[in-house]
Design a binder for this molecule. Structure first.
Ligand SMILES: [Mg+2]
Length: 332
């Protein structure tokens, strides 16, 4: 089967859709589907053995039919939005994003913004959104650093930080003298061998091991993909033969705490993201019934076929995603 056969088609509301229902239909016609690995190979992506922390992600919640059992099609009770690549690209807002968010608010849908940023503090992210005239309350934004801080406090740990300098303020004021915990994120240009090795030595001595995120890549300021935190998390895991506790997406706890904070059941929630693995597959594994992949941000052609579970729908951007959501809400 050629990859072109998987290119998105127009959905019932005029948007581009790739649904599991369609996949089942295609398969029934005798057209074999690509596995995620096959899709990645076809696209020329490097193949790798997945680390133990990734294999620990449960696939028992994988949704094979649409709508999933017990889910009323169209019933939408809340929305999770990724930020980078969905709402903004670097220092610029994505066209139509502010208006799309306003439409969701006007429709009365509870919102949470779930970002995997490991370079900016929560305060800085809120400030950036404000600059784009997108008003987001403090309790509407969840970041891995905030989740890590809560984890450290809950477990009486003191952090050994291997994070971007811009993120350090999110860890200020934590008590010293607790059990050590290495916290690793995307360090950017500040990363060097001595810092990575110091973190490895702490882990060798028994420190707790927290990864803010394990994203493979991000879209850099020059528009090209760059290494995210994941490759460096994997390096430490390989060296110390331990798995990190991942706090950001695709952690099931991260998605579920965002939903719990707005009183939304996973079965009625929709996720919108530009990362087919961390945002989309992660959300579906966490029990959300819908996850939309946008073509903005880090999206690359064919991403919708590379990971399981595949997106509920592939849409052009946040504007199209909101149209998709509101039309289904109207039909509920
Ligand atoms: Mg993103």
């Amino acid at each position: 089967m050629s990859v072109s056969q998987w290119l998105p088609r127009a959905g019932p509301f005029g948007e581009s859709l790739v649904t599991r229902e369609e996949e089942k239909s295609e398969a029934a016609k005798g057209r074999a589907t690509h596995s995620a690995a096959e899709g990645a190979r076809a696209a020329g992506y490097p193949q790798m053995e997945r680390g133990p922390h990734r294999s620990q992600i449960s696939t028992s919640r994988k949704i094979d039919v649409w709508p999933p059992p017990g889910h009323a099609l169209g019933m939408i009770g809340g929305v999770l939005l990724d930020l980078a690549g969905v709402v903004y690209d670097g220092q610029k807002p994505i066209s139509g994003a502010a208006e799309a968010i306003a439409r969701l608010r006007k429709a009365g849908l509870p919102l949470r913004f779930v970002s995997n940023t490991t370079r900016s503090t929560k305060k800085a992210v809120l400030g950036r959104l404000d600059g784009f005239e997108i008003s987001v309350a403090e309790n509407e934004l969840l970041t891995p650093a905030i989740a890590a801080r809560e984890w450290l406090q809950k477990h009486d740990c003191s952090p050994h930080l291997l994070v971007h300098p811009g993120l350090e303020p999110d860890f200020s004021g934590l008590p010293a003298g607790g059990k050590p915990a290495v916290v690793i994120g995307d360090v950017g240009e500040a990363l060097d061998y001595s810092k990575l090795n110091a973190a490895f030595r702490k882990l060798s001595e028994g420190a707790e091991f927290l990864a803010l995120a394990n994203n493979r890549i991000f879209k850099d300021a020059d528009g090209k993909p760059s290494l995210d935190a994941g490759p460096f998390v994997a390096a430490l895991e390989f060296a110390c033969q331990r798995s990190a506790i991942v706090l950001g997406k695709p952690s099931e706890d991260f998605f579920r705490s965002a939903l719990a904070s707005m009183g939304c059941e996973p079965e009625t929630a929709v996720m919108v993201g530009d990362d087919a693995e961390g945002d989309v597959a992660g959300a579906l594994r966490a029990g959300l019934s819908c996850a939309l992949l946008v073509r903005t941000g880090k999206y690359r052609s064919g991403d919708e076929q590379r990971f399981e579970p595949k997106p509920t729908a592939l849409v052009d951007d946040l504007t199209a995603a909101v149209t998709w959501i509101l039309k289904r809400k109207a039909h509920s």
